[in-house]
Design a binder for this molecule. Structure first.
Ligand SMILES: NC(=O)c1ccc[n+]([C@@H]2O[C@H](COP(=O)([O-])OP(=O)(O)OC[C@H]3O[C@@H](n4cnc5c(N)ncnc54)[C@H](OP(=O)(O)O)[C@@H]3O)[C@@H](O)[C@H]2O)c1
Length: 361
């Protein structure tokens, strides 16, 4: 486990090195919100500057977060961007275009994004929900829409001198054994027997790993990408009144005692640990492939990427700050060419939806 003192040192270095432009999708609640609050707390009045774009639906929640953050860092900029439904790629495109325009107006030639944390999703227990664009809604929140954010914002991410860090919060490391992996059905089409929460999780994690690896390769020296499993964090996700009755009942009984059975990660710690993933321990892939350094300035080991190479730009992290050892899981998938297949599948989905078609692949 990376201790909290090291996390604090990394985060403090991050906010004191240069002004930061940050985007949080799903920043109006839960883990995204805790990370924004953590960023503001580390920055305080002594950081080098912040411009934070908060993307979500709940304007009231966003205003409360912004007013709290301004009390801690009164001269910094926090901007709410209202989104209607981020499971739709055309809505993702609209938000990205808005960010691009705002950055151009605010920063001109220095328009950029230094860090982007994506945590938008809903907790869903039912059958497959197909969006009007032809994607499974859960998979879209967790994979397609997040990859679309990165793709559309790549010019701004590549303009960062930090260099840029992208973090996706979901289930890194939970794909071991590939439960319910369906190699010929990446979109998980079919009936209730085909679709399950576990299949969805495996597909999202595997597809994220391969897509991140490709982006890391194409954006060497520019963009680092990390997928994190945050552990159990008590967020509003669990107390949504639209959850099925059985889940609400179980949660009411179990939540007061759940910490006896498994660790519950406090909100403040979660925010700090997510921010830590934007530090030097997770560098973009080196252009030369020759890593002459093995530790950060703080003495932390450079993380090993999902392809088994240290500092190769695409990371799978547990909430403790430890890297998941996922090498073995991917051996058969690499052998069967899933890196190419997933890249092609995802970009075909993007192209079809951009043309206004319903994706059927
Ligand atoms: N909490 C945990 O213990 C835990 C454990 C493992 C993994 N995770 C993962 O961590 C991520 C964040 O979870 P969380 O617990 O922080 O959830 P949360 O508190 O419910 O926050 C979810 C965020 O997503 C946004 N969102 C939901 N539906 C949306 C939609 N249709 N369009 C746009 N934005 C939408 C929400 O915006 P509004 O509030 O503005 O509507 C909110 O900002 C998820 O990917 C989850 O799977 C969480």
């Amino acid at each position: 486990m990376v201790d909290l003192q090291s996390v604090r040192l990394t985060n403090s270095a991050l906010v004191h090195r240069q002004p930061l432009v940050a985007v949080f999708t799903g920043g109006t609640s839960g883990i995204g919100e805790y990370t924004i609050r953590g960023l503001a707390a580390h920055h305080g009045k002594t950081g080098k500057g912040l411009r934070v774009y908060i993307v979500g639906r709940n304007e009231e929640a966003a205003n409360k977060i912004i007013s709290d953050c301004l009390k801690i860092c009164p001269t910094e900029e926090f901007i709410f961007l209202k989104a209607s439904d981020l499971s739709l790629l055309r809505e993702v495109d609209r938000v990205c275009e808005k960010i691009r325009q705002l950055e151009e107006v605010k920063a001109g030639e220095s328009a950029r994004i230094d860090l982007m944390v994506m945590s938008h999703a809903d907790l869903w227990f039912g059958e497959r929900r197909e969006t009007e664009e032809g994607l499974d809604k859960t998979m879209s929140f967790l994979f397609y829409s997040r990859m679309r954010f990165i793709t559309k914002l790549l010019p701004l991410l590549r303009a960062s001198t930090l260099p840029a860090h992208v973090v996706s919060i979901y289930g890194a490391g939970l794909e071991k054994g590939l439960p319910n992996w369906q190699p010929n059905n990446l979109s998980l089409r079919g009936d209730d027997k085909t679709y399950s929460k576990s299949a969805c999780r495996t597909h999202v994690i595997v597809m994220t790993t391969f897509y991140f690896e490709r982006l890391a390769q194409q954006n060497a020296g520019k963009v680092s990408l990390t997928h994190e499993y945050p552990g159990l964090v008590m967020t509003p996700a669990f107390v949504n009144p639209s959850h099925p009755w059985w889940f609400r009942l179980i949660w009411t009984i179990v939540s007061p005692v759940i910490h006896f059975f498994r660790p519950v990660i406090p909100a403040e710690e979660t925010g700090k640990r997510v921010l830590f993933l934007c530090g030097e321990r997770f560098p973009p892939r080196s252009k030369t492939q020759a890593k002459e350094y093995a530790t950060t300035a703080d003495g932390l080991a450079i993380a090993t990427s999902t392809d088994g190479v240290r500092g190769n730009g695409a990371y799978s992290e547990w909430h403790t700050g430890e890297t998941n050892d996922v090498d073995e899981t991917y051996i058969p998938l690499r052998r069967d060419g899933f890196g190419d297949k997933i890249w092609k599948h995802t970009n075909e989905a993007f192209d079809a939806i951009e043309r206004g078609e319903r994706f059927t692949g």
